[in-house]
Design a protein. Structure first.
Length: 255
């Protein structure tokens, strides 16, 4: 819940409204009060997990929604879910506000999904900060364009790590940041294997063959050292209950 900086009776609040324990049915809804909280008006209902992926107000669960009010423009609101969105008319209409400042042709042209919190600089209203599953991003134009600021932040949540006797490489997978390969330098090479990456394995006979699990329960395999991955789910009953990160272990000998 936040106060409008220029109006002590103005309040906005967002609620996850998540009856399910983790993923389904969350609605990060936004409410506004102009009488110090005596009455509230719904400004954004939010959407359940199964709704359009890019929709403003859609999120995964309780942990992926944030709220910010511009320091001087009380009608300018920001809400975070899967995407970061902005309203210029006090919540009547919404648009995305998460474009990166310099697009280098990589997979995404927006800052990392799953926003947790947004804050304005205390003395400069043009500077805004965002935290998400991808770390920290900064805007110097009031939240229009963003730059990731993660250099030297050791924040990656690794879920699985694999090595093999026939290679010096290490293959890991991480929470909402895919896969990474270490080859001896300070920089890990990102691999688009698995979204929320889980357990990993490197083939004992051929180090070009990699395996990675994920929260979707669909193991991935690469035969070219991680340049590309494909599903290997033949024979797996994907509707059965499973762990969030189902284990993957390679036998040390051929079957």
């Amino acid at each position: 819940m936040l106060l409008f900086p220029a109006d002590s009776d103005g309040l906005v609040a967002t609620f996850g409204r998540c009856p399910a324990p983790l993923l389904d049915l969350g609605r990060p809804s936004l409410y506004k009060s102009i009488d110090a909280g005596d009455t509230w008006t719904l400004k954004l209902e939010g959407s359940i997990f199964e709704g359009p992926y890019q929709q403003c107000g859609r999120q995964y669960s309780r942990f992926t929604h944030g709220l910010a009010v511009h320091p001087t423009l009380e009608n300018k609101l920001f809400i975070g879910g899967i995407r970061l969105c902005v309203s210029e008319d006090s919540g009547e209409t919404w648009d995305h506000s998460d474009t990166i400042d310099v697009y280098d042709g990589s997979v995404y042209s927006v800052i990392h999904y799953d926003h947790r919190d947004m804050q304005f600089h205390p003395t400069d209203e043009d500077i805004m900060y965002d935290i998400s599953d991808g770390g920290v991003a900064v805007s110097d134009d009031g939240g229009n364009l963003w730059t990731a600021r993660n250099d030297d932040l050791q924040i990656t949540g690794f879920q699985g790590l694999a090595s093999a006797p026939n290679t010096g490489r290490v293959f890991a997978a991480s929470q909402d940041n895919g896969g990474q390969i270490w080859q001896g330098s300070r920089i890990w090479d990102w691999k688009n294997c698995c979204g929320d990456g889980g357990f990993t394995a490197i083939d004992y006979d051929n180090p070009q063959i990699l395996y990675a699990g994920s929260n979707h329960g669909r193991p991935q395999k690469s035969v070219n050292g991680g340049n590309s991955f494909y599903e290997v789910t033949n024979g797996i009953e994907l509707t059965e209950p499973r762990a969030f990160y189902a284990p993957i272990v390679q036998d040390t000998v051929s079957p």
